[in-house]
Design a binder for this molecule. Structure first.
Ligand code: ADP
Length: 522
């Protein structure tokens, strides 16, 4: 079954069908041929022979009547039927001889010969002498042969003809039987041929179904299941050679997909595990930062307050070096307190149940400016806050964000320049985009990402104070509210210098609240 291709199977079954049809048609043609032969025997030979025989005997009887009349009447008129009979006899005999020539009517030749012989004898011994003697000597001449003699001779003719007729009747009966049998055989062979072709067609349909249609529909079923995503379902390899080839291709495609899917699934599982690990370690880290900063606060407060008291009480009582040491300790403890407070604030963002109320960013900015009042006054900064929109979020976190950005803008001011700080917002498609820009020392574009990483600072603490937590916390606050924050890259800034001198522009987005009614943006 597997050696052949479907085209070969088709050719094979079509060949079988044609062969069956050819055999059936050949048999039917043979039967029709026999039927034709039998019909020719009856219609073209036996029946014309019978008619001609009848004409022949009638002509001979006419001859005999004519001669007898002549013998008794003596006038020439009586010879007319004789002469007509002679003519007719010749014509009929010719027709019968034609049938004899076919050689297909048995005993016709012998019978005709016998009739001819009897007729010739009658002519020679009776008719010819009667015509000759009556013509010459008159009817009453005693030389005229007797009527009885003529009758006796003609009875020979009748006897031979009787045999001829009987044989012809028998032959006709046998020919008609053959004709009937041939007709029946032809009908049956036609029917059988039709049945044979039908049976061959049924067998061909069965063979094609088993060898081509079934394997094809099985392949289609399997392929459809695989296409629907049942990659575990194997594709059966059956049928003729070409369908097997196709099935093998589909099967190997399925195996490849399965293998690749396994790789993808493994990678996904790995990724999910890594994500889980990352989330776990992130949570642990935040927990650790919170716990550490929280728990460190207490002992640190003690260190700060006692070193403070030490300084306060014993300033000037020890030597100068001791005073300096104590001052370092006080300063260190203070900085550590700031650091820990910032860290605590950082780790608190998003941890404690922050509020999600409608917050006017104008109010949040006012809070920030109030907290920064001392720095603003000391630096003489101009802070210009235009109408800011209302967003949904936590007022204290958003205030802290603005405080960090404005505080940095004041802190990182250019020497000898009055800080000019602008806080703006524009409405985008889904978000408000806020901008905090200053005319300070600026930030080189290559640090645009680094500055948002916790503890990352671009300057030593002697130059600018700080913990490096502000922007990291700013990013955390913005992302917590569903927005993004970035440093606007100053394209004219040098990649080498940390400070560009062109000032910095920070931008961040916050989603527009669904139930926003006010639109304070210009
Ligand atoms: P901190 O202010 O405590 O140093 P931040 O996280 O707030 O830490 O800022 C990180 C660094 O980014 C700062 O040390 C500073 O170098 C740079 N930076 C932040 N804001 C500005 C600004 N407005 N102008 C110039 N540099 C800035």
């Amino acid at each position: 079954m597997s050696r052949l291709r479907s085209g070969q199977w088709l050719a094979l079954t079509a060949g079988g069908l044609v062969l069956a049809a050819l055999v059936g048609i050949a048999i039917t043609l043979l039967m029709l041929q026999r039927l034709g032969d039998a019909r020719v025997q009856v219609v073209d030979r036996v029946d014309p022979a019978r008619v001609a025989a009848q004409v022949y005997i009638t002509a001979l009887v006419n001859e005999e009547t004519g001669v007898r009349g002549y013998a008794s009447g003596g006038t020439d008129d009586f010879l007319a039927p004789y002469r007509q009979g002679s003519k007719d006899a010749v014509t009929a005999r010719a027709r019968l001889d034609a049938v004899v020539a076919s050689g297909k009517v048995p005993r016709l030749a012998e019978n005709l010969q016998a009739v001819g012989l009897a007729s010739t004898t009658w002519h020679l011994l009776y008719a010819d002498p009667v015509i000759l003697i009556v013509g010459r000597e008159g009817k009453d001449s005693k030389n005229v042969p007797s009527l009885d003699q003529g009758k006796g001779l003609f009875d020979q003719v009748r006897g031979a003809f009787g045999q001829l007729q009987a044989d012809l009747v028998a032959e006709r009966a046998s020919a008609r039987t053959k004709l009937r049998h041939a007709a029946t055989a032809a009908t049956w062979s036609g029917l059988l041929t039709a049945l044979l072709i039908l049976a061959a067609a049924a067998v061909a349909a069965l063979v094609l179904r088993r060898t081509i249609a079934n394997p094809l529909s099985r392949l289609a079923r399997d392929a459809r299941r695989v296409a629907r995503g049942e990659f575990e379902h194997p594709v059966a390899i059956t049928g003729p050679r070409d369908i097997q080839g196709l099935s093998t291709d589909v099967e190997s495609m399925r195996r490849r997909i399965l293998a690749e899917l396994e790789v993808v699934n493994d990678a996904r599982a790995q990724l999910e595990e890594q994500t889980r690990d990352l989330q776990r370690s992130n949570a642990e880290l935040e927990q650790f930062a919170y716990v550490a900063s929280h728990d460190l606060q207490e002992p640190l407060r003690k260190v700060a307050s006692f070193t403070g008291m030490l300084q306060h009480r014993y300033q000037g009582q020890l030597d100068e070096r001791a005073d300096q040491y104590i001052e370092f300790a006080v300063d260190g403890a203070k900085r550590m307190q700031v650091l820990i407070n910032d860290l605590l604030a950082f780790s608190r963002v998003g941890r404690l149940g922050a509020e999600r109320a409608l917050v006017s960013m104008d109010d949040a900015a006012a809070d920030a400016l109030k907290n920064l009042a001392a720095a603003i006054e000391e630096s003489g900064a101009h802070v210009d806050v235009a109408d800011l929109p209302v967003v949904r979020g936590d007022r204290s976190l958003l205030g802290a964000l603005l405080q960090n950005l404005i505080g940095n803008a004041i802190k990182f001011r250019s020497d000898g320049m009055t800080p000019e700080i602008r806080v703006r917002a524009v409405r985008g498609e889904k978000d408000y985009v806020f901008t905090v820009s200053d005319n300070g020392i600026g930030i080189a574009p290559r640090h645009a990402e680094r500055i948002f990483v916790i503890f990352q600072r671009l300057h030593p603490k002697e130059e600018f104070t700080g913990t490096g937590i502000g922007l990291a916390m700013g990013r955390k606050i913005v992302e917590f509210h569903g927005g993004q924050i970035w440093l606007d890259r100053d394209e004219s800034a040098s990649e080498v210098d940390d400070a560009t001198g062109h000032g910095s522009t920070f931008r961040f987005t916050l989603p527009i609240p669904d139930d926003d009614e006010s639109d304070p943006t210009p």
